[in-house]
Structures are given as C-alpha cells and as structure tokens.
Design a protein around this ligand. Structure first.
Ligand code: DN4
Ligand code: BGC
Ligand code: ZN
Length: 361
C-alpha cells in the first residue's frame, strides 16, 4: 500500500474530497512530483456523477482524480530514459489486450478493456506524487514549458484527430488547386480549451479558421483569436457568416442541433469531426434531405477520442512552437490556478474560464 495526499471521487457516484489516503501501489518505479493538473469536463462530469462509464480501480472504493498533468521526476528508479529533474507528462490510457492496445494504440481500443488514469479503473494524477513506468511518461523537451505543458493532454487529442482528418481527407483531393489548404474553411464550434487548440492546429495547416459560439466572448478570448489568426463569430447574431460553405466542422459542444446547423453548410467532400460530448443535450432530428446531402456531397461525419503516445510527442512540439512565438498568449489559455484543497473548481465555472489548473508544487 502507498500513502498519498490528493483529490478523490467515488466513481461513478461522484463527489470530490481532498485528503490523505492509502492506495494500492502504482505500477512502475519512476517517482514523479506533480506540478500542475488540468481540470476538464471529464473531471467535472465525474464529480457530478454524470459519467456512468467511470469506475474505481479494483479493490478500491474511490478513484484519485486527474488525467491532465505535468510533473518532475524525483527518482528515476530503474529507468534509463529519465533523470532526476526531468519534466514529464503521463499518458492517460493504459492498454488492455485487444489488437489495437497491443500495438500502442489503446486510443483505438477495440473491446473497451483499456483503463484511463483518473477515469476508468486507474488512479489519476491529482496528488502530490505518483509512480509510473517509463513507457507511459513523455519527456517535456524544454524546461521553459513548465507552466503550460499541462496543456499537452488536451492538445494530444487534437493531434490524434488531425491524423484521422488526414486519413479521411484522402478520399478525394482535399487541398485547393494551388496544392494548399489556403482556400479551405474550418469552423470550430465552442470556445473552450479544446476548441482553441483545434482552431490553432487547423490554422497552422493553412485553413481559414473560425471559432464560434452562440454568444459573444471576453477580451482574453478575442486577443488569443487575433494572435493565432482565428476569426470569432457569434452565430446567434451572424447566421450568414458561414453561408459561403465550410470544408471542416469541428464540434466541441456536443449539441446535436448546433452540429446539424453547421453540417448543412458543408461543401462537397466536407467533414464533421465530433469531439464534444454532452449526453444531456436536447435531441435534434436528421431529415431525409440531410441524408441526401451526405450522399450527394460525399460528406463524412466521424468521432475521435483520446490519442496515442506519439500524439503527446507531437502535442509537445506544437505547444513549444506556439509558446515560443514572440508575445505568445498561449499561457492565457490557462485562466486560473487553484489550490488542491479548493474542490469548488469542480462545481463552479467562471464565464471567462478557458482552462482551470490546480497547482501542486
Ligand atoms: P468546454 O470548455 O466545456 O468546451 C465546450 C464548449 O462548447 C464551450 O465553449 C461551450 O460554450 C460550447 N458550447 C456548448 N454548447 C454550445 C452551442 N450550442 N453552440 C456553440 N458552442 C457551444 O470543454 P473542453 O474544451 O475541455 O472540451 C470540449 C469537449 O470535448 C467536451 O465535451 C469534452 O467532454 C470533450 N472531450 C473529449 C475528449 C476525447 O474525445 C477529450 C477531452 C474532451 P459555453 O456553454 O461555455 O458558452 O478524447
Ligand atoms: C481524455 C481522454 C479520454 C476521455 C474519456 C478525456 O478527457 O482527454 O484521454 O479518453 O476523456 O472520455
Ligand atoms: Zn481532460
């Protein structure tokens, strides 16, 4: 047994408490001091008791929360890859034994028997220290990323989704006649952290990229848009903004009615990438005309979840580039730092919040 100081929930019932607990030993002998953990909708859903797929580790009546983390190696144990002082990001998903899990692609697990730290059957990283095996730790290449490398986990999802985008876009020529994406339009629904990271990635590919919500947004959000060349559109007052057509819709809202509204504006060979989840959203009907549109225009709607270790590496490269641009507002995606004792972070959300982060150091 191992003693920890951290934040736990009882999955799938919910709740969040901070304290000292005894847990089964972690697997692995690399000891990591947690520096920061991000709070996301998954954590809040678990605390609210809304995620029925969440479950506690075997023989334990609680789960240590947290799947978005960055830490510092205190003791590399038997690892040859890490040294004391290295910054590391832990991988969320741990493989089961299906064919995809066996090749390091537990993000594409084919029987659901994988585990996820802080979510399904494995303790997470919202605690002052944890142990892991070197295989599931990704080295942060640059110490100057310490204060924003906690964004690696949400960015890794985007890197995996870009891999899926590339595969699907191969069904036709997706670039313009000049061989670039310069004439192509991407619209990202939502203005949370994932929406920004998606929009920044599509803008980097050369897409003319918009981010949209059903209301206006604060100056911090507008400034980040300006810097990363993203157009913000309040679609509640500017319905016509997208009438000229969209090539890629990325949804981070999980709202069926909104998704359909944007789906109906897709160009030939266009696609909708579903990423946001909201089991409580109002239903919305798909009509025969919607089906015809999908067929006649070769449209694709697909979902994407999680990511492989390679995507964490790609996420770190992206974040390093975005973060080192002169006057980069990347760190402004982190809008609040909380103490571990302040569990109200799971139940309250300030409208100007993009990403809330718990500081453990
Ligand atoms: P978030 O910060 O809650 O972002 C959701 C965004 O959607 C917010 O900006 C919402 O705005 C916006 N939104 C809600 N309803 C609408 C609507 N009708 N029209 C336009 N915008 C709307 O969450 P996040 O950015 O951390 O994550 C985005 C989603 O991805 C969440 O549903 C996560 O559960 C999901 N996710 C999936 C994976 C995975 O598949 C990983 C991480 C997250 P407002 O309501 O705040 O104004 O691996
Ligand atoms: C994490 C993913 C995980 C998913 C489970 C997300 O918040 O980023 O890694 O697979 O939750 O629903
Ligand atoms: Zn998350």
């Amino acid at each position: 047994m191992q003693k920890i100081e951290g934040i736990i929930t009882n999955a799938p019932k919910g709740g969040a408490t901070y304290g000292n607990y005894q847990i089964e030993n972690d697997t692995g002998d690399v000891e990591v001091q947690t520096l920061y953990t991000g709070v996301c909708g998954t954590d809040r859903g678990m605390v609210a008791g809304h995620l029925q797929f969440a479950y506690n580790p075997e023989n334990q009546e609680f789960t240590v929360l947290g799947h978005e983390a960055v830490g510092r190696v205190i003791d590399p144990g038997s690892s040859r890859l890490f040294r004391k002082g290295d910054l590391v990001v832990p991988v969320v998903r741990r493989p089961g034994d299906c064919v995809n899990c066996r090749i390091g692609r537990q993000d594409n697990c084919s029987d659901g028997k994988k585990h996820e730290a802080g979510i399904t059957g494995k303790n997470g990283f919202m605690r002052s220290t944890f142990f892991d095996t070197e295989e599931y730790l990704v080295k942060v290449p640059d110490q100057s990323m310490k204060d924003y490398a906690v964004l690696t986990e949400p960015t890794k999802n985007v890197m995996k989704a870009m891999e899926v985008f590339r595969k699907i876009s191969e069904r036709s020529i997706f670039t313009g006649e000049d061989s670039t994406y310069g004439s192509k339009r991407c619209v990202v629904i939502g203005t949370g952290p994932e929406a920004y990271l998606y929009a920044m990635a599509f803008s980097d590919l050369g897409f003319s990229t918009s981010i949209t919500n059903r209301h206006t947004v604060d100056d911090n959000r507008l400034n980040i848009c300006k810097f990363f060349n993203l157009q913000f559109v309040d679609y509640s007052t500017n319905e016509k903004a997208f009438d000229s057509g969209i090539d890629v819709v990325v949804d981070t809202s999980g709202d069926p009615g909104t998704i359909l509204k944007f789906y109906r504006k897709l160009n030939y060979n266009g696609m909708v990438m579903l990423f946001g989840t909201n089991g409580k959203a109002q239903p919305s009907e798909i009509s025969g005309v919607d089906i015809d549109l999908m067929i006649e225009r070769n449209l694709t709607i697909f979902g994407t979840v999680d990511a492989a270790k390679i995507h964490y590496v790609q996420a770190l490269e992206k974040l390093s580039r975005w973060g080192s641009l002169p006057n980069s507002p990347l760190k402004k995606l982190i809008t609040g730092l909380y103490n571990p004792q302040d569990t109200t972070v799971f139940t309250r959300r300030n409208p100007t919040e993009i990403k809330a982060v718990i500081k453990w150091e």
